[in-house]
Design a protein around this ligand. Structure first.
Ligand SMILES: NC(=O)c1ccc[n+]([C@@H]2O[C@H](COP(=O)([O-])OP(=O)(O)OC[C@H]3O[C@@H](n4cnc5c(N)ncnc54)[C@H](OP(=O)(O)O)[C@@H]3O)[C@@H](O)[C@H]2O)c1
Length: 348
């Protein structure tokens, strides 16, 4: 196969909303000896991509960015010094290119795709070989494109730290978006009992089909932490996948069991909220709060082994064609999805 010389890519010249995205043709730079060229088949979106499109990414973003961080594709060229990768292999790239193992640093965070560095909403992209992972064999490119950020974040939250999830634990996930549905699926796959909150009864029914045991509509039950305590016979949960932020943190802490673990991930419920009582709740329960910054390539490989072992199928809500990526952003923004919104990049 002769290699293409150009790629069609989206760019964000004006970071004042995703309607400013433009699709253009650009040359594919000469491959460095340590890089691998990937034909991108699918890209998944997430809440972060909306934040970036509005120019509000808290750790800074590149000018005139190629957006998005999560892709699955096929290797079409391998640099002369690359070992361990061959043509045709199906791969994803880690969210932060240089996060190979261990704890994130400011330098590693500066290599996050679709933020500080150009992302993956393009037909072809060169990646440093050390950033790549093989995608699970039973997954399509569209399914595999959902894994790099939100799924790995949920994996790290539940299984990547200490205390880690054990079979028999109880897990609370908030809402039915990308992070939370992955959290639900990974927790069920690990032998946990899962409680899901959502604004929608229809979405809760989907969560039930995915293995959730307890369903709470947080609009109808604003004191949902009391319901969590009720359904756990007063014990509380071992893990909270906390995507609400200051608007939900205090209730989440109240829902914890003694010795429980709260993974602090997102701010979907907004930045307003009284968190002054939080230290005493966490202290009183000998609980742990851990901030999550997605995960390392090593954790990505660990997660993929679990996904392979249980043949876990990520939840793809809707797929949009590459030319309609802006509509995919619109759909993501409406929050009507359960799981993930995907852009199909390659036609074959
Ligand atoms: N720290 C990290 O490494 C990391 C990585 C990935 C994502 N994040 C963050 O995690 C959050 C979720 O991202 P995502 O891409 O999974 O989002 P998403 O797919 O857009 O899902 C968002 C969901 O959050 C739920 N939600 C909204 N307001 C809520 C509230 N007040 N209380 C509880 N749930 C609420 C809604 O679920 P229902 O419609 O079911 O109510 C909504 O569908 C974002 O804040 C994102 O920035 C952080």
């Amino acid at each position: 196969m002769s290699l293409p010389k150009t790629t069609r890519e989206y760019r964000l010249p004006n970071p004042e909303g995703f309607h400013n995205l433009i699709l253009q043709e650009a040359p594919i730079p000469t491959l460095k000896s340590t890089e691998v060229l990937v034909k991108i088949h699918a890209v998944s979106l997430q809440n972060r991509d909306l934040v970036v499109a509005n120019g509000q990414y808290p750790v800074g973003q590149k000018d005139n960015l190629v957006p998005a961080s999560d892709m699955a594709g096929e290797i079409v060229a391998v640099g002369a010094d690359v070992k361990g990768w061959k043509l045709g292999e199906r791969v994803s790239a880690n969210f932060a290119l240089d996060h190979v193992h261990g704890v994130v640093t400011a330098e590693i965070r500066a290599t996050a795709l679709g933020g500080p560095v150009d992302g993956v909403l393009t037909e072809y992209k060169a990646f440093p070989a050390h950033a790549l992972v093989r995608i699970p064999e039973h997954l399509s490119y569209e399914e595999a494109s959902t894994l790099p950020c939100t799924a790995l974040t949920a994996y790290n939250a539940l299984l990547g730290g200490n205390p880690a999830l054990k079979g028999g634990h109880t897990v609370l996930v908030q809402g039915t978006g990308g992070v939370s549905i992955s959290g639900l699926q990974l927790a069920v796959a690990s032998g946990a009992t899962v409680i899901v909150t959502s604004s929608s009864d229809e979405k809760l029914e989907i969560a039930k089909k995915l293995g959730a045991t307890h369903l709470i509509n947080y609009k109808r039950t604003p004191d949902w932490e009391l319901e969590v305590l009720r359904v756990t016979n007063g014990r509380g949960v071992d893990h909270v996948v906390e995507v609400g932020g200051p608007g939900t943190l205090t209730r989440s802490a109240k829902a914890l069991a003694f010795g429980g673990n709260m993974a602090v991930i997102g701010i979907m419920a907004g930045l307003a909220g009284d968190v002054s009582g939080l230290p005493l709740i966490v202290l009183g329960k000998a609980a742990t709060m851990r901030g999550i910054q997605v995960g390392s390539r090593t954790q990505f490989e660990d997660m993929n082994r679990l996904i392979e072992a249980v043949k876990l199928k990520p939840v793809v809500d809707k797929v949009f064609d590459f030319e309609h990526a802006v509509e995919a952003y619109e759909y993501q923004e409406k929050q009507q999805h359960v799981g993930k919104v995907v852009v199909r990049v390659a036609k074959n």
